[in-house]
Design a protein around this ligand. Sequence first.
Ligand code: EPU
Length: 442
Amino acid sequence: MGLVGDKITIRGGRPLIGRIEVKGAKNLVTKAMVAALLGETPSILRDVPNISDVRIVRGLLEAHGVKVTEGDEPGSLLLDPVDVESAHYADIDAHAGSSRIPILFCGPLLHRLGEAFIPDLGGCRIGDRPIDYHLEVLRKFGAVVEKQPNGIRMSAPNGLKGTKVELPYPSVGATEQVLLTAVRAEGITELKNAAIEPEIMDLINILQKMGAIITVDTDRVIRIEGVDSLQGYQHRALFDRNEAASWAAAALATDGDIFVGGAKQAEMLTFLNVFRKVGGAFDIHDDGIRFYHPGGDLKPVIIETDVHPGFMTDWQQPLVIALTHAHGVSIVHETVYEQRFGFVDALVEMGATIQIHRECLGGHPCRFGQRNFNHSAVIAGPTKLVGADIEVPDLRGGFSHLIAALTAEGTSTVSNVGIISRGYENFITKLRLLGADFDLEG
Ligand code: EPU
């Protein structure tokens, strides 16, 4: 089920070897579930991973009257939005607690019900993670946004109308907000500086299946012609490239060899380039990608995280462990989130030599440069990690901690590992399959 206790004791030093499968991408599946709200008929989504973020969205949909049942094959969901209704505050709050997805319910709910409410939002502690772009976008479509003590209430007394939007930054969530709102708004919407991550392209595939008219230009411009009604969809979700990259990084750091079933090359091009530069090897197959340590020393690299097609911010944390083994100095410049190095304190405690800097290191100045954010990491290797008691700070940092413990000399206790099941299906079972040596507590 992917549900785990809170603590795992890992005896490090064994290479991870074997085959695991990845299912649909967390960052697509959760949005695809929200898109089902827009249909007048039920939708079927396939390859849905059993992770807690999916359970949160399911709970939120059910709180709004959507019937969610198992679909036509294992891992598929049937989402029936025919009886959508307003939810009680307590129900929304109970389900939404730790997720940012509720903000994406707004457009579809405004179309369906004329009103929406979102509680104060959660998600990983990786910076401020504001929702100002989302609110601005919704206002432009004609929503009335009213801040209340425990959340935000929205209404659309005159319906929602197509608009021109230029995002200050190609935000994934704000782009999805525009898409999910514009498809049923009256008239044409033009979105400039859109995010074009593969998960967004797959959401566009889904919306087109539902009856939407969406054009994507080469210059981050997306045009949407609103339509009067949308139908349910049937869709197999794009694979989770973040999970695939995490297992790839685990293979490299543990001197292992992991076949990631379901992984595909096109969506991972940038990751694969960096993986090869660090000294990792991979073989592309029709049904997945084999990632392995081919022997020899790992090499240092300079990485700048960026929006697609750049190196994803979610890929850096797992890869940092391999960089602590590389011979030389690596730099990771995080340009997407201002606070995504919280996880390195534990690595330093385990013996890594990592310094975090406020300055933009690694090439290009970014929007965090003149501000007080520790967003560049310098990693000097090779260092040997030794076991320690560490605590998972967030989803990707948590996976990185698992890898650190798997490579460390001696025993580590990693607590708060429940967070990892937000985005990694059955990771405990997968670790077992790959030969990791650990005990679960709690
Ligand atoms: N931002 C704002 N205002 C907004 C929205 C975003 O300033 O209203 C800023 C953010 O603070 C951040 C930047 O814009 O500095 C980029 O944020 P974005 O909106 O692109 O991220 P997101 O939609 O909140 C999704 C994924 C993240 C992934 C990012 C980047 C989901 C549920 N989350 O977040 O995934 O890192 O895109 O690709 O899709 C994860 O999986 O662990 C995760 C954090």
